[in-house]
Design a protein. Structure first.
Length: 209
């Protein structure tokens, strides 16, 4: 029964993660975000291409679907509010891993999704509030200092595992942290190459002309 629950959680959370708000919103505007800017179906490219409104809507949608997928796994495995039980946390882990994979590699859109930053941010908060604070803090500080969202995203990804170790989260939450970190960094491999070459552009949101 536990194995069946695990499979159901993974499938459901992956499908939830595969919902691409950036593609939906951009198509409502008569475009496809994957044909603009970096070609990435995420909140950063939406903001660069269409402005703050569509970008923030995408960000909110991506966060909600991440939260939904993780809570689904947590409660299906018997988790309760205020009681981080072991089985519930394994469900949380399964839902989190699947939802970030669905976001980054949605089968409904030729496996071309986002980079997992918004999803990873919600994962960090669900792992532990202090871990979430460390991730969001690292993202904001390094993004502002470098003027590059990619730098903030990479530093935030590294922070999730470091913080999870420092606050001694349990095994499923630690594994989820490591997994999220690896996915986000892998999704930023081209950004890392540009950063090393000194060709990564600064972030600029589209403004009304």
């Amino acid at each position: 029964m536990t194995v069946l629950k695990f499979v159901l959680v993974v499938l459901a959370a992956y499908l939830i993660g595969s919902v691409s708000f950036s593609i939906w919103i951009s198509r409502l505007m008569g475009n496809d975000i994957r044909e603009h800017g970096s070609g990435n179906a995420g909140a950063t490219n939406m903001t660069r291409t269409f402005g703050w409104g569509p970008g923030l809507l995408t960000l909110a949608g991506d966060m909600v679907k991440a939260l939904t997928g993780m809570l689904l796994g947590y409660f299906m495995f018997g988790g309760e509010f205020g009681d981080p039980g072991a089985l519930g946390d394994w469900g949380l882990m399964a839902g989190g891993m699947a939802v970030i994979l669905g976001h980054c590699f949605p089968f409904t859109y030729d496996f071309r999704g986002g980079k997992g930053v918004a999803t990873g941010g919600i994962i960090s908060l669900m792992v532990h509030p202090i871990v979430g604070a460390a991730v969001f803090g690292s993202f904001i500080v390094f993004a502002l200092l470098s003027k590059k969202v990619s730098v903030g995203s990479i530093c935030g990804a590294l922070a999730i595992t470091v913080a999870a170790i420092l606050v001694h989260v349990n095994t499923p939450r630690l594994l989820l942290s490591i997994f999220a970190m690896c996915v986000v960094i892998i999704q930023h491999r081209e950004n890392i190459k540009r950063l090393l070459k000194g060709t990564e552009p600064d972030f600029h949101a589209k403004t009304k002309e």
